[in-house]
Design a protein around this ligand. Structure first.
Ligand code: BGC
Ligand code: MN
Length: 335
């Protein structure tokens, strides 16, 4: 059968099919070659221009400013786009002492801007054991970083004093409980010691919804290995953490505790958010891969039934030592 232009109808259908096939092929190829460009997320990426609107100011700071002669700091400082140096990997004890002095860091690794009242009162909680060099690199990098963001912050290093499997989530619960004894932080950042943020626009502050901060990580080729990932570095409001009953205390060994935490958040009707991939960029300091725990899948499955009965409301631990070091508040804990 011929059309008016003389092309066989069956032939023209074939041409259309080929055309559609070629477009699909090119699209799939692009996705494989440049996955981050086509990155979509199950949880929304906040647009760069919306970051400021999404940040949640601390009500204490807003109250404080009424009794103070200092003004409120802006939610995001203006001069944030300066480029960052990669952390110095050969820091020494001496450099770190110098750092505390040079940067006017208060005992226990706390700081707030001298000229204005920060709208972000943030506890940065780091679960820790046996990573001395990484801790030194992290501290030397993160203090100047956080100060450029004009935060009121303190760094808590929560160290598992006991041998046996590491319990990251329980250490984070301890950090939460101990931080609140020191200051009514409205925002918590739970952060691995080996993660180095690459962009100053990645504000270490809380958004209205809990935020997965380290979504663009070099070791994952700057892609999400799966959509629900909520590990590495996350930011959550104090009231939201309380509402979800914190982390589970059951996850000994590597893996799963962050997945359980994200289920708790979703179960409570919240959603997660992320900053754009080019803002949420991190480098991981290299270390040997941890051996995943065999129990993690079972814990995850059974965890759902324990949201109400396993968490900060049932947290039991003993503080072995609590020291206000120049660059961090150290809590050595028996879990
Ligand atoms: C584990 C998580 C971990 C993630 C990325 C998952 O299989 O359950 O705990 O954060 O992998 O490494
Ligand atoms: Mn790591």
């Amino acid at each position: 059968m011929l059309t008016r232009t003389g092309i066989n109808v069956f032939q023209s259908k074939d041409v259309i099919k080929r055309f559609i096939f070629s477009i699909a092929f090119v699209f799939v190829l692009c996705c494989i070659l440049h996955p981050s460009r086509f990155a979509s997320s199950y949880y929304p990426y906040i647009k760069y221009s919306d970051i400021e609107n999404e940040l949640e100011p601390s009500p204490h700071a807003l109250a404080l400013v009424k009794e103070s002669d200092k003004p409120l700091c802006s939610l995001i400082p203006k001069e944030l786009e300066t480029s960052l140096q990669y952390p110095n990997e050969s820091v020494r004890e001496y450099d770190l002492k110098y750092l505390a002095h040079m940067h006017n860091i208060a005992e226990g690794g706390a700081w707030e801007p001298p000229q204005c009242i920060s709208q972000h009162q943030v506890a940065i909680v780091i679960p820790y054991r046996n990573r001395t060099l990484q801790l030194q690199i992290f501290l030397s990098y993160i203090h100047p970083f956080l100060q450029k963001q004009m935060l009121n912050y303190r760094i808590f290093i929560i160290e598992q004093g006991t041998k046996g499997a590491f319990n990251r989530a329980k250490l984070l619960n301890v950090g939460y409980a101990e931080a609140l004894k020191i200051f009514p932080y409205h925002c918590f950042i739970f952060h691995d010691v080996d993660l180095i943020p690459q962009k100053l626009s990645n504000m270490y502050a809380c958004t209205h919804q809990p935020r997965h901060m380290s979504s663009s990580l070099n070791t994952f080729r700057y892609n999400l290995p799966y959509e629900q990932l909520f590990g590495g570095a996350v930011a959550i409001l104090q009231k939201q953490f309380e509402l979800v009953n914190g982390f589970s205390n059951f996850f000994y060994g590597w893996g799963g505790e962050d997945d359980d935490f994200q289920s708790r958040i979703i179960n409570r009707g919240m959603t997660l958010c992320r900053f754009p991939p080019d803002v949420a960029r991190y480098t991981m300091l290299s270390h040997a891969k941890e051996l995943p725990s065999d129990n993690r899948f079972l814990n995850l499955r059974l965890g759902r039934e324990r949201f109400e009965t396993d968490g900060v409301n049932t947290l039991k631990y003993t503080v072995i030592k609590l020291v206000y070091y120049p660059l961090y508040t150290w809590v050595l804990v028996d879990l």
